[in-house]
Design a protein around this ligand. Structure first.
Ligand SMILES: *Cc1c(COP(=O)(O)O)cnc(C)c1O
Length: 736
């Protein structure tokens, strides 16, 4: 049975679910590889990655590790030839069988823990999904979190469908010019090269939804992707029937002006709910991951009124009961706001059919319904349209309750109904293959299905320190080769001379303490904090006994000039003799670059201006691979650090004056490096092992890996939010 023909309410975990094989037959090798390439399950199984890589290692790298593009370039005959040369048959058969077993497995966490959800899945809405570098529909942390969320929902067997937008040009690719200044390219992805197909309704017809605005109709086609057991639906405005400018509407992620933004959010929220309806999916719960999709519940209300005959008030109550909303940032610019004209232009027709006034509609997005000057805020409608609301770390919960207390006048700050579920990462996606082999050897045989179980990770303490250290160093060497390859390629692209290319090829030293910093270059993340006192950091880097080296990566928003200057400042350090050979900037930070960095660094540096980092997840990826975090006590680190599982910068204080905070944090950063990190790394025993350091690595793994996994996160969402939303248990506030 073809998956797209499933009756609408078959749970995504149903054994009925088999991958589509297209025109290819699954009983031949090509068909099996095609089936693997068309379910992103392959991306978190290193043996599949290796399989595709082995078919053509050079092409594999050139095409962003995209197996669909790889297979499309080969005929079944060519593939058969390669497979015999390389003796791939048994590996292909094995991988294919594992995928089939995974899809058919009924021994899943959700079968005992999420029964109520049953055939009514959770609908998880997000403006971006970061699943793999070959599917460029994400920009950064929020997207990767969504990707990790649906992968873990698949792993746990939680019935869940994802809803997002398809961006044909994705987010920009970064390159730096001769002067280190960021340039941006938006490359078009060919749909044929993606593991994506038109979604179809019960009659097998492809689906295009339409949304009325005051200014004409907007159309969006619905695509479908398979991420393990989870189906991800993506809306795409590049369809016939749309005005030329609307065909471009979803071409870029976070591109364009406010009008583009509200139209994208209309398509995501309202269009997403309509798409599920057209697919015959009747969700038991809606999860709005950030405010972008928060128009969605208005469409849910519309269906409840017009199909179930509820009044507006009843429908509103019912929709809110089913909705969970997650807010993701305390940075004011991170909360979309729209003027009333834009809201009326785009939501007017829907408002008519709900029978509410312009002022009533505006009041959903306003803290003060009477204040005509207040713009419409997507975070506020998120709060008002959902019964369960959460922040993404303990500290972010505190900050959000303070920040939004005025939305609940009369309540004490700690009575504000915003709880928290701390973010986590998908372990199989971020754990290096070599480290996984080490865990296989020392952990219980079923450890991969018990990732959120702390007892599993305590076994790290019985690993031989030398073995852990060696594994880490092998990963560090991989990282250094990757960085050298990338930076020398960057030099060649800029047309630099052979000497420069050769220097780039030899940058960094495997014996040296290696600090990584990879994230968006937003100013509050203070990428240049380490350079506040240039003599002090250059002395540390030039030390002959105990030197330090740095690897940086990260994009800046195209309109963020100060962020771009940070990049420039750091990228140009390579020309400064004081830093020569000890610093590298890797261009075009994406999932691939991130994976290399977090698997190979000794230390992951994070120094945001507290409390602006809501959670952060890259440091959680580092933990899995034996790296140590050195971070301001902000976001997840504020609740993770226990004195022996990494390093803290400062005492978790912030001053009202940013300049004071920055100065104080810079001093704390130098002191932490000079007094703790560097001595601990270079203090070796008779066997050349840094025993105290390795001890910290073990504590980091045993205390953090299970807690900051997305398995734990999705289990928390299921128990604290989804089951309540779907089961109709009434409770106003379920805060941890
Ligand atoms: C994990 C990840 C992030 C999130 O990291 P932060 O700690 O929030 O900066 C951002 N971008 C990419 C590509 C990632 O893989």
């Amino acid at each position: 049975m073809n998956q797209t023909e499933l009756p609408p309410n078959v749970s995504p975990t149903s054994p009925l679910l088999q991958p589509d094989h297209d025109e290819h037959h699954a009983d031949d090798l090509y068909g099996k590889l095609w089936a693997l390439a068309n379910n992103l399950w392959w991306s978190w199984h290193p043996e599949c990655d290796q399989l595709f890589r082995d078919i053509d290692p050079i092409r594999w790298r050139q095409i962003d590790h995209n197996p669909v593009a790889l297979l499309r370039e080969m005929t079944p005959e060519q593939l058969a030839e390669r497979a015999s040369e390389l003796v791939l048959h048994s590996r292909i058969n094995y991988a294919y069988r594992r995928l089939q077993e995974y899809l058919a497995d009924t021994h899943i966490w959700a079968s005992t823990n999420a029964g109520v959800l049953g055939a009514k899945p959770v609908a998880y809405f997000s403006a971006e999904f970061g699943i793999h570098e070959s599917v460029p529909i994400y920009s950064g942390g929020l997207g990767v979190l969504s990707g990790d969320h649906i992968k873990s929902a698949s792993g746990l067997g939680v019935p869940l469908v994802g809803v997002g937008l398809y961006y044909s040009h994705g987010y920009f690719r970064q390159h730096l010019d001769d002067d280190g200044y960021q340039g941006e390219d938006y490359l078009e992805t060919r749909i044929d090269d993606l593991p994506m197909k038109p979604a179809v309704d019960a009659n097998g017809d492809s689906i295009t939804i339409s949304i009325d605005t005051r200014n004409g109709q907007l159309l969006a086609k619905v695509w479908q992707m398979h991420v393990g057991r989870v189906r991800l639906y993506l809306l795409d405005c590049n369809v016939e029937g749309n005005k030329p400018e609307d065909r471009e509407l979803t071409s870029r992620l976070y591109g364009g002006d406010q009008r583009t933004r509200i139209r994208q959010e209309l398509v995501l929220g309202v269009g997403g709910v309509k798409a599920l309806h057209a697919l015959g999916i009747d969700p038991g719960a809606y999860h709005l991951n950030e405010g972008h999709s928060a128009f969605g519940p208005l469409q849910v209300i519309q269906y409840l009124m017009h199909e179930d005959g509820m009044s507006f008030a009843e429908a509103n109550h019912q929709a809110a009961r089913m909705t969970c909303f997650t807010t993701h940032t305390p940075v004011p610019a991170g909360h979309d706001r729209f003027p009333p004209e834009l809201v009326e232009e785009h939501l007017g027709p829907l408002r008519d059919s709900l029978g509410i006034s312009e002022k009533e509609l505006m009041s959903f997005g306003r803290v003060d319904a009477e204040d005509q000057s207040e713009s419409f805020c997507m975070t506020v409608i998120g709060f008002n349209m959902s019964r369960y609301t959460n922040a993404v770390s303990n500290l972010h919960g505190v900050v959000s309750r303070r920040m939004w207390a005025h939305n609940w006048p009369g309540r004490e700050e700690d009575e504000v109904p915003i709880g928290h579920i701390t973010n986590g990462v998908h372990v199989p996606s971020w754990l290096a293959g070599q480290m996984a082999l080490l865990y296989d050897k020392h952990f219980p045989a079923d450890w991969k299905s018990r990732i959120q179980d702390r007892k599993v990770w305590q076994c790290i303490h019985s690993v031989d320190p030398g073995e852990l250290w060696e594994t880490h160093n092998a990963l560090k060497n991989n990282l250094l080769s990757f960085v050298r390859r990338r930076v020398s390629r960057q030099c060649r692209r800029r047309g630099e001379n052979d000497d420069a290319v050769e220097t780039a090829r030899r940058v960094l030293d495997p014996r040296v303490l290696t600090i990584g910093f990879g994230r968006r270059f937003a100013t509050y993340k203070r990428a240049n904090l380490l350079f506040s006192e240039i003599d002090r950091i250059s002395a540390l880097m030039q030390s002959t006994e105990r030197p330090v080296q740095l690897i940086y990566a990260g994009k800046s928003h195209p309109k963020d000039e100060p962020g771009k200057r940070f990049i420039q400042e750091i990228a140009n350090l390579r020309h400064d003799p004081r830093f020569a050979g000890r610093v590298a900037f890797v261009e075009d930070y994406d999932i691939n670059v991130c994976r290399h960095l977090i698997q190979g660094v000794d230390v992951w540096l994070n120094n945001p201006r507290r409390p602006l980092e809501a959670s952060g997840t890259s440091g959680q990826k580092v933990v899995l691979n034996g790296g140590l975090n050195c971070s301001i006590l902000d976001g997840w680190w504020g609740e993770a650090y226990n004195g022996v599982n990494g390093f803290a910068i400062g005492q978790g204080r912030s001053h009202v004056d940013d300049a004071v905070t920055d100065k104080r944090d810079a001093i704390a950063l130098y002191e932490t490096l000079e007094q703790q990190v560097i001595p601990c790394f270079y203090d070796r025993d008779a066997d050349g092992l840094p025993k105290a350091w390795i001890n910290r690595m073990m504590h980091s793994i045993s205390t953090l890996a299970w807690r900051f996994s997305s398995q734990r996160m999705v289990a928390d969402y299921t128990e604290q939010a989804y089951l309540w939303a779907a089961g109709g248990v009434t409770c106003d506030m379920r805060r941890r």
